[in-house]
Each structure stands twice: as structure tokens, then as C-alpha cells.
Design a protein around this ligand. Structure first.
Ligand code: ADP
Ligand code: MG
Length: 696
């Protein structure tokens, strides 16, 4: 058993390490930088760098790297050793403040969406002191932001940090209006619940689709899927349990607050949830968590799949982005308290979120758009592609009473009677949960459930922060002028509800009735990335992000382009993989089986001349027919892939990939799966769904 408090954060240059190692004055200056966002003096950076290096070397590091989050969605690192030659032919270990603050990776191969030509290679990384440095694999990793030579941002961290600042400014204005003059800072907080699949490494290695695409492109349904719901919260198998234990320990060493783990709905699917932190740290930690999940899996002969939809027919994986706002004193601004009807400040923040979600459905939807997540949203396992909010019974009643201008009777605490003497009775929550809602209020935070499992949560949180800040700004503008703040705030909440209540839906988001109802309400239903991504750089969004200094128009256009291009590339890789598997493995396997059947049939007929047809003949005919159909579908997909080269414009190209290429892949798959169901398992070239899902 590890000594958890002792190992926790042992790989992190955290506050305790800084306090212990830095001269008092330097420590204070650095804290100021972290807490108040003040710029750091180079002389202080030199002192910090020296202590950091000493600490890193004592803990086994030989290299350092600026660790950043380019638009690829994963993290990037380039390692430099600490060594510096001395005149006597030896080396000393050096690390300067300059090296800590600024890095200069050759940035030419990172996606920039046309911001920068390949020959303009220079890019800069800049230290983010609000996220601690840590040691991974013998390297001191320094969390950094990443921008181009000309200053355009090329990463996901910078806009997130900017959006946190904007929200801080506007939320403070609201607090001041309500007479709070002591709160210094408002941070957004995030707790991302992470879902994942585990498959056996040996099985994984036999599937080209998993290797190249992270998801299966073929595979007939197994006899058993998730229909019995027996995996959800089920007993964790020993091999998975050993994996989860090591994963927890590794994460704790990185100072990540891994808290909850359990089996998820689909077989082989699991979840890990950390305790929430500020959006920035939660994002860094989630990126690190995903990387650690993969490395630890390797040590257990497993592969961790983070794709949103690795297997058809069973649930895919998402990430629940729990979001709230918290003051530097630890007060949660979305805490309704005992009597929300009288808690006007809370109602103002709540109303701001409601209006933000309704006004910016397009942005929230596109913040979670990816080729992988398109398979999940609206497939009755995750929220639909339609944004709506769940508030629960109590808050809905409270809001009704405000709308009608009536008083609200706070309900007494409901006691849950277990009716068994040995069991305790307990106080019930004020509302039930709604697991189908994309944006659900869960007591004192919102849970955004549309995020895909592999996505970097920076984008989603940049958008949530920005759109809420934008509404708060408008609210603050109005309330600062009001003579009677309470009355003005109540009126504001009432007006907001009248205008935006269409976004509130407490029913079943998976039902067909809701899709029709949402259409009547005029809510957006954008099914795929190519449908929504071009909206990123709409006139309104350019204005919104420009106004708050999050993205310039150029940056916005580049982001939209990168994401569209990336979508096309992913579908292209999938199509090529499907064709490769179809032509090189599936066709020969089915042909061999057909031949085997034909030979058996002939053998039987040769024994008894009166036999005209045998069961083998029947099966052979069926498979031969399927095979010729399959060959035609291969041809269609081949042509679709070639045709993509002719389609100009990134948005048009992505749409083509969805409508022509993806559609052709699905048709090809249907025939393959039908053949697999009728084939000898011995001759089928890949491990079956049953093997993949139940092998661990
Ligand atoms: P559930 O999803 O079952 O409601 P929890 O209540 O444990 O589970 O919360 C899930 C996640 O929400 C956890 O990661 C938790 O840390 C996070 N969370 C709780 N409070 C906040 C908050 N104020 N801000 C952001 N995330 C939060
Ligand atoms: Mg949850």
C-alpha cells in the first residue's frame, strides 16, 4: 500500500517545494505573479529556474521541456538536457530564467490554419506560472503557452487563460454590485470525468483499424453487448483493478486529484473522475491524465482507447465537463444556498449561464465537434446534438415563481425513509438527476455532457467562460446603473427567463418527441462537424471573441480551418484503412471460405451422384453473393476517396467526406459485418467484437 500523502505531488514543483526551496522574497514575488497575474521579472525567473533545476536533478531529471498544447489536440514537448560544457572537457547542469520563461520550438509542422507558411518556422512558448512544473520520464516539464513569431496564438491554453481573465473581470463587477468589496478574484473551476476503454494488447495488435484509427471500422455484433447493464458499477476485474491502482498512484505523483473510478455502461468501459480545480489546471491535468492512462495500460499488457466511439452498438466515451465559478475565498457562485428564491446574486449568475447557453448554442456545439464525437452525439447514448439545459424541479419552480412575480415557498427538507430499521434515513437532494441532458445543473455546478472523451477541454471551457462573461458584462452594465440593485436584478432575471426559457428542458433528451419539440422552439440541431464548424468565424462570433480579446478574426478563421481540415484527414485515414482491410484481408478470407465450401460440396456430390445441392452449396452461394456486393462497395469507396481531391474549399471538402466517403464506409461495413456473421471464425482475419470487448 502506498503512503498516499507522501507520494502525492512528489513529481511536482508545487507550492510546498517552492516554499521550501526559494528565498522568501522570490517566493512572495512568484506567488504574486501566480495569484494576480503580474509579469515576472527576469532576475526572479533566474532564481526560480535555479531552484527548479536543483529540485529536478535531485528527482532524477536530466532534461527540461516546454510542455504545450498545440492545435493537434494533444500535448507537445521538445527536450533539452541541462548540460553545458566547461573548459576542462566536462559538463555542468545549467538552467536559466530565460530558458524557463521562453522557448523557441521550430513550429513549422504544427497546424496553424494558414496563419503561417512552413518557411516561417519560428514559434515561441511562454511559461504559465499558474500551472506547476513537473517531472515526466526524466524531463522537467514546464507548462507553456504557444504562439507564432508574429504573435498569433497557436495553442489551446492561451485562449483559455484569456477567457478566465475576462470572466474574472466581469464576475467581480457583479460581486461589487452586490456589495462584496473584498473578493479579489473569481476563477472558473472544472472537474472533468473521463471515460475510456481497455482492450488486451495482443488483441489490439491484430486490428489495423484500432491501430490506425483508434476505432473499429468493421465488426459484427457479439451475442452479448451492454443490454443487461451488468457492467455499469459492476465489480472490477482483477486485471482492470491492478491497472486502476497503478493509474491512481501515477496520477497522485503528478499531483492530480484522482478520486473516483468505476466500470461504465459498455463492457470494457471505465471512468475516472478527479476532484475539480481551476479550469487551467484541470485542463493540464486532464491532458496529462490521458497520456498517463495510455502509458500505464502498456505496462499491464493493455491498450487504453480514448476514441469517442471505438465500437459500434455499445456506448461510446465522453467527458463530463463539470463547471462552476469560485471566489478566491472558496465561495461557489453557483451554490443556490438554502433559499435560492431570496439569493438574488445566485439567480443573476444562473440567469447569465442560461442566456449564454441559449445565445451561443452554435459555439457550445462546435466546441465539442470532432470526427469521433459525431458518432456519439444523438445516438441515444450521449446527449443529442441539440443544446438544452436541465435545472431540476426546485430551481425550475423558483424560476417560475419569479416569472410570475409570486412568492416561493421553500420546501422542507425531504427525508428519505428506507423502511428498514437497520438502515439510516437521510435527507434527500432537492432534485433528481437527468442523465440525458447536455447541460445539467447538478446542485452547485453545471455538467456539460457533450464533450468527447479524447478532446482537449480547453476549447469547451474557453467558450463557456467567454459566453458567460459576455452576458455578465451586459448584466453588470445594467446593474451598476440601478438605484435599487435587488429590484433591478430581479427584473433582469425575470426578463432573461422570458427571453431564454426555450433552452430549458427537463425531460428525456433521447426521445424523438424532444427532437421535434426542439425544432418548434427554434433550437439548433447540428448533427456533424461539417455542419457546425463554418459557424466559428461567423460575423457575430468574430465580434464576440474580438470584443473580449480571446481570438482575433485571423485566429478564429485559422481555428475553424484547422478543425475542418483535421476532420477530412481523419475520415481519409479511416477510409484508406477500411479499403486496406477490405482488399487485403477480408476479400481473401471470404474467398478462401467460399472455396472451402465449394470443395466440400463437390466432395459430397462425388460420393452420391443424386445429391444436387448441399448446405455448403447454399452457404457458398450466399457468401459469394455478399462478396460480389462487397467488391462493388469497395469500388464505390475507392472512387469516393479519389473524388475528394477534386473538392475545393476546406468546408466543402469536409462536407464531402461526411456525405460521400463516410457514407460509403458505412455501406461497406454493413456487408462485411453480414459476411463475418456467416463465416468460419477460424478464417475471419480479425478478433471479433466478443473477443475485444470481453477479453480483459
Ligand atoms: P456526479 O457526476 O455523479 O454528480 P460528482 O458530484 O462527484 O459526480 O461530481 C463529478 C465531478 O464534478 C467531479 O470531478 C467533481 O470534482 C466535480 N465538481 C464538483 N464540484 C465542482 C465545482 N464546484 N466546480 C467544478 N467541478 C466540480
Ligand atoms: Mg457526472
Amino acid at each position: 500500500m502506498p503512503n498516499v500523502p507522501e507520494i502525492f505531488g512528489c513529481r511536482v514543483f508545487n507550492d510546498a517545494a517552492m516554499k521550501e526551496r526559494l528565498p522568501k522574497g522570490t517566493y512572495k514575488d512568484l506567488k504574486k505573479t501566480i495569484e494576480e497575474g503580474k509579469a515576472l521579472d527576469i532576475s526572479i525567473a533566474n532564481v526560480v529556474a535555479h531552484s527548479m533545476k536543483e529540485w529536478a536533478i535531485e528527482n532524477g531529471a536530466t532534461h527540461f521541456t516546454h510542455w504545450f498544447q498545440p492545435m493537434t489536440g494533444i500535448t507537445a514537448e521538445k527536450h533539452d538536457s541541462f548540460i553545458s560544457p566547461t573548459p576542462d572537457g566536462k559538463v555542468i547542469m545549467e538552467f536559466s530564467g530565460k530558458e524557463l520563461i521562453k522557448g523557441e520550438p521550430d513550429a513549422s509542422s504544427f497546424p496553424s490554419g494558414g496563419i503561417r507558411a512552413t518557411f516561417e518556422a519560428r514559434g515561441y512558448t511562454a511559461w504559465d506560472p499558474s500551472s506547476y512544473a513537473f517531472i515526466k520520464d526524466g524531463s522537467l516539464c514546464i507548462p507553456t503557452a504557444f504562439c507564432s513569431y508574429t504573435g498569433e496564438i497557436l495553442d489551446k491554453k492561451t485562449p483559455l487563460l484569456r477567457s478566465m481573465e475576462v470572466l474574472n473581470t466581469q464576475a467581480l463587477r457583479i460581486l461589487r454590485v452586490f456589495g462584496d468589496n473584498s473578493t479579489k478574484r473569481v476563477d472558473t473551476t472544472v472537474g472533468p470525468e473521463q471515460e475510456y476503454f481497455l482492450v488486451d494488447r495482443e488483441v489490439f495488435k491484430k486490428r489495423k483499424d484500432l491501430i490506425y484509427c483508434g476505432r473499429t471500422l468493421f465488426g459484427a455484433r457479439p451475442p452479448k453487448g451492454q443490454e443487461l447493464d451488468d457492467h455499469y458499477f459492476g465489480t472490477i476485474k482483477p486485471r482492470v483493478s491492478a491497472y486502476m491502482k497503478e493509474l491512481d498512484e501515477e496520477l497522485w505523483k503528478y499531483g492530480i486529484l484522482a478520486k473516483t473510478k468505476h466500470n461504465e455502461v459498455a463492457p470494457a468501459q471505465h471512468e475516472l473522475a478527479p476532484i475539480f480545480d481551476t479550469s487551467n489546471i484541470a485542463t493540464d491535468h486532464n491532458q496529462l491524465t490521458m497520456a498517463v492512462m495510455k502509458t500505464v495500460a502498456e505496462r499491464h499488457g493493455l491498450v487504453c482507447l480514448l476514441h469517442e466511439k471505438p465500437f459500434a452498438g455499445v456506448n461510446g466515451s465522453g467527458k463530463h465537463n463539470n463547471w462552476s465559478m469560485s471566489t478566491n475565498k472558496g465561495k461557489n457562485l453557483l451554490d443556490p444556498s438554502k433559499n435560492p428564491r431570496e439569493n438574488t446574486q445566485f439567480l443573476v449568475f444562473l440567469a447569465a449561464v442560461i442566456r449564454a447557453v441559449d445565445e451561443h448554442q452554435d459555439l457550445l456545439r462546435l466546441s465539442v465537434a470532432s470526427a469521433g464525437n459525431d458518432h456519439r452525439l444523438g445516438a441515444n447514448e450521449a446527449p443529442p446534438a441539440i443544446l438544452s439545459m436541465y435545472l431540476g424541479d426546485e430551481l425550475t419552480d423558483v424560476l417560475h415563481s419569479i416569472e410570475k412575480g409570486e412568492a416561493y415557498q421553500t420546501k422542507d427538507e425531504a427525508i428519505m425513509k428506507t423502511n428498514a430499521n437497520v438502515l439510516p434515513n437521510f435527507v434527500k437532494d432537492t432534485s433528481d438527476r437527468n442523465r440525458t441532458s447536455p447541460f445539467a445543473f447538478t446542485g452547485n455546478k453545471f455538467e456539460f455532457r457533450m464533450v468527447g472523451s479524447s478532446e482537449n477541454i480547453a476549447c469547451t471551457n474557453t467558450i463557456i467562460n467567454t459566453i458567460v462573461a459576455d452576458v455578465l458584462q451586459d448584466f453588470a452594465d445594467r446593474l451598476e446603473k440601478a438605484e435599487n440593485v435587488k429590484e433591478a436584478a430581479e427584473a433582469l432575471v425575470k426578463k432573461t427567463l422570458e427571453e431564454h426559457k426555450r433552452i430549458i428542458f427537463n425531460g428525456d433528451n433521447y426521445s424523438d418527441e424532444w427532437v421535434a419539440e426542439a425544432e418548434r422552439r427554434g433550437l439548433l440541431n447540428l448533427r456533424s462537424l461539417p455542419d457546425v464548424m463554418p459557424m466559428y468565424a461567423s460575423e457575430e462570433n468574430i465580434k464576440l471573441f474580438g470584443k473580449h480579446g480571446i481570438y482575433t478574426e485571423v485566429e478564429l478563421r485559422s481555428r475553424s480551418e484547422i478543425l475542418l481540415e483535421n476532420y477530412s484527414k481523419i475520415i481519409n485515414i479511416e477510409a484508406l484503412t477500411a479499403l486496406d482491410m477490405a482488399k487485403k484481408d477480408i476479400v481473401p478470407a471470404v474467398a478462401a471460405y467460399v472455396r472451402e465450401l465449394a470443395e466440400t460440396a463437390n466432395l459430397i456430390k462425388s460420393v452420391d451422384a443424386e445429391i444436387v445441392t448441399t448446405p455448403e452449396t447454399e452457404l457458398m452461394k450466399k457468401l459469394a453473393n455478399l462478396l460480389s456486393c462487397f467488391l462493388k462497395k469497395i469500388d464505390v469507396l475507392d472512387k469516393a476517396v479519389v473524388g475528394a481531391k477534386e473538392v475545393e474549399g476546406v468546408a466543402e471538402n469536409a462536407m464531402y467526406y461526411k456525405e460521400k466517403v463516410l457514407a460509403a464506409m458505412q455501406e461497406l461495413r454493413a456487408v462485411a459485418d453480414e459476411m463475418e456473421s456467416n463465416m468460419s471464425a477460424k478464417l475471419w482475419p480479425y478478433p471479433s467484437y466478443g473477443t475485444m470487448l470481453f477479453s480483459v
